[in-house]
Design a protein around this ligand. Structure first.
Ligand code: FES
Length: 155
C-alpha cells in the first residue's frame, strides 16, 4: 500500500492526529489487521510517531497487529459453557493447533479465540468455526472440525 492509496481509502478524513483511532479501525476492517507498513504510512500521513501509534493502539484490545488465520475458531468460556467443559475444548484446540488464544497457526490456516458468550448458552458448550455455531460440542468433535488435522509437534 502506498501513501496515495492510503489517502484514497480514507477520503473524508481530515488527516489530523484526531483521526488516528477511526483510521486504525478502518484499516482493520479493510485488511483484518494493522501491518507495520500501515503504521508507517499512518505515521507519515497523520504526522504521529510510530511509537505513539503503537502506544495508542495497544491500549485497545480490538486492534490486531498480526494477520489473522483464514478460519477463525471461537471457543466460548462464558459461565454456561465453562461449567459444561468449554475449557477442555479450548485445551484440545490449543494442543492440536499448537497455538494459544489470540494466535494463528504458522500456516495461516486457523485463528484461535476465546470469547465470553456466543449468545446461545442453552446449547453449551458452544464454539464457532467461521460463521457457523456448533452447540453441545465435545472434545471428540474437535478433530472432525479440524478435518483430521494432526496435533502440533509442540503439543
Ligand atoms: S456462555 Fe457460552 S454461549 Fe453463552
Amino acid at each position: 500500500m502506498s501513501l496515495a492509496a492510503l489517502r484514497a481509502d480514507f477520503e473524508g478524513f481530515e488527516g489530523t492526529p484526531a483521526d488516528l483511532i477511526p483510521v486504525l479501525q478502518r484499516i482493520q476492517v479493510l485488511h483484518g489487521f494493522i501491518s507495520k507498513d500501515s503504521v508507517h504510512l499512518i505515521s507519515r500521513w497523520l504526522k504521529i510517531s510510530e511509537n505513539e501509534i503503537y502506544g495508542v493502539a495497544t491500549f485497545f484490545a480490538q486492534f490486531r497487529f498480526k494477520r489473522p488465520g483464514d478460519h477463525v475458531i471461537k471457543v466460548c468460556l462464558g459461565t454456561a459453557c465453562h461449567v459444561r467443559g468449554g475449557e477442555q475444548i479450548l485445551d484440545v484446540f490449543r494442543r492440536r493447533l499448537g497455538i494459544q488464544p489470540g494466535e494463528a497457526t504458522p500456516d495461516g490456516m486457523y485463528q484461535l479465540e476465546r470469547v465470553a458468550c456466543l449468545g446461545c448458552c442453552a446449547l453449551a458448550p458452544v464454539l464457532s468455526l467461521d460463521d457457523k455455531v456448533h452447540g453441545q460440542t465435545s472434545v471428540l468433535q474437535v478433530r472432525d472440525l479440524l478435518g483430521g488435522r494432526e496435533p502440533s509437534e509442540d503439543s
